[in-house]
Design a protein around this ligand. Sequence first.
Ligand SMILES: Cc1cc2nc3c(=O)[nH]c(=O)nc-3n(C[C@H](O)[C@H](O)[C@H](O)COP(=O)(O)OP(=O)(O)OC[C@H]3O[C@@H](n4cnc5c(N)ncnc54)[C@H](O)[C@@H]3O)c2cc1C
Length: 253
Amino acid sequence: AGEILTRYPDKKVVITDRTEELCAQFFRPKTRTYAKKWLEERGAEVVLGDPIDGKFPDLKIDEKGCTLRSGRRLTGDIVYKCMGFRPCTEWVKDSLPPGCMDKGGYLKVNDHLQLDVCGKTVFAMGDCMIHSSNEVKLGHTAEVNAHLVAENVRRMAKRKPLLPYPKGVVGASKTPRIYALSLGKYDGSLGFNSLVVNGSMAAFFKWMVEWTKILACREVLVGIAFWQFSDITANFLGRTLVRTTSVDDDKDE
Ligand SMILES: Cc1cc2nc3c(=O)[nH]c(=O)nc-3n(C[C@H](O)[C@H](O)[C@H](O)COP(=O)(O)OP(=O)(O)OC[C@H]3O[C@@H](n4cnc5c(N)ncnc54)[C@H](O)[C@@H]3O)c2cc1C
């Protein structure tokens, strides 16, 4: 929505969610308030607390709009369904023994991020798996998963004990909650555990994340060094100065 309203300020955007607050499951209250105000100042209508009618996955939503439980009909030229759907794991289903997947299609992993089958030689990470930490599915958490899996594959080859998730990679029982919500090209909200920075600084950070991440993927030294330093610093800060807490602790904020 941020990108649409920045590029096409005359467009009318309507956002609806069954919760009473925007992105209540993950973002800090300061981010939620800032994002809602930003959207409304640009003419967006934010309709909260009135769920889309029907039962998931058969909700009353189509390419022309959706009908809310209150009976209200929201219409639009384009409808984006951003509710989260099943992970793409159908293709692997028949090659694994029964019980590897939950009913949502997520691969169930143990604390080493292995499937408890096939001699434990199959690992799963990122959006396709479910782990007891129940972390939000993000690019950042997918990467933290991948760091642990890579290390555990190495350890397996050397017959060393495997590391548990997430402690084996972040040194704590929870992964730091890090996000950069973009509100168009020049605005946004940046969150690192309890710390929130709103405005153009967040947009700059998001741009820097993208730029350095692409350099790291191209195996350019500056990108790799930037992310090695950032990961170590983030994990250290999450254990000390800006401690990682659960989403429920936000209620007092
Ligand atoms: C609209 C949107 C915005 C997001 N914004 C953010 C954000 O700002 N910050 C953030 O941290 N995270 C964000 N996320 C979440 C983030 O993108 C995911 O959590 C992350 O990409 C998960 O990584 P992954 O490698 O597990 O899965 P993916 O990135 O989805 O990669 C899986 C890959 O597997 C491929 N694949 C699927 N099936 C097969 C098959 N049968 N054979 C071969 N290949 C296959 C897919 O094509 C895909 O390329 C966003 C997600 C969405 C949808």
